[in-house]
Ligand binder design. Structure first.
Ligand code: AMP
Length: 175
């Protein structure tokens, strides 16, 4: 781990038992609020994808939006929101993922980008991988190619990567 990554970890707070007992929530708000660390985070998350022909960065609601938007700007790409169901006003595609009990779904506009578009998927945390897997399915339903997946944080002990075979998965810091 580089010094820059250590520095970033010092700005990610562990919040035990949030939003429910047994979960250690990774709070990235101190990192987002730190001008130099935020800039470095965005630059480092974007760097592996510079020059890869990415035209769209898709962010997962809602902390994913805060990272996807500046990464898109850095890459000279557009940004597409992947939202919880019922939030987008026009025709959508959706994909489901399992929750601890039952399932939920995420949506994107059916015409969010042209078929064949190279898309970078961005979220704050890779935990079990269910959300990112559903987001990849959604991008593919719209006709896009998932050219990479960038996370700020990977919870390696949950092995979410195994749900994303065949994809280029980058995470800045791992626990
Ligand atoms: P998963 O589908 O299990 O990979 O969960 C990923 C989604 O849940 C991401 O959108 C995260 O924002 C959120 N998430 C899961 N676990 C955590 C955690 N420990 N701290 C913060 N966010 C989390």
């Amino acid at each position: 781990m580089t010094a820059a990554q250590l520095d970033i970890k010092s700005l990610i707070m562990d919040v035990p038992d949030f939003p429910k007992k047994g979960i250690v929530f990774k709070d990235i708000t101190p990192l987002l609020a730190h001008p130099e660390a935020f800039k470095r985070t965005i630059d480092m998350m974007a760097e592996p994808f510079i020059g890869k022909g990415i035209k769209i960065v898709a962010g997962i609601e809602s902390r994913g939006f805060l990272l996807a938007t500046p990464i898109a700007y850095r890459l000279g790409a557009g940004v597409v929101p992947i939202r919880k169901k019922g939030k987008l006003p026009r025709k959508t595609h959706s994909a489901s993922y399992a929750l601890e009990y039952g399932q939920d779904s995420i949506e994107a506009h059916a015409d969010a980008f042209a078929p064949g578009t190279k898309v970078l998927l961005v979220d704050d945390v890779l935990a079990t991988g269910g959300t990112a897997k559903a987001a990849c399915e959604l991008i593919e339903k719209i006709g896009g190619t998932v050219s990479g997946i960038a996370f700020l944080i990977e919870l390696g002990f949950l092995n979410g990567r195994s749900k994303l075979p065949g994809h280029t998965v980058q995470s800045l810091v791992t626990y």
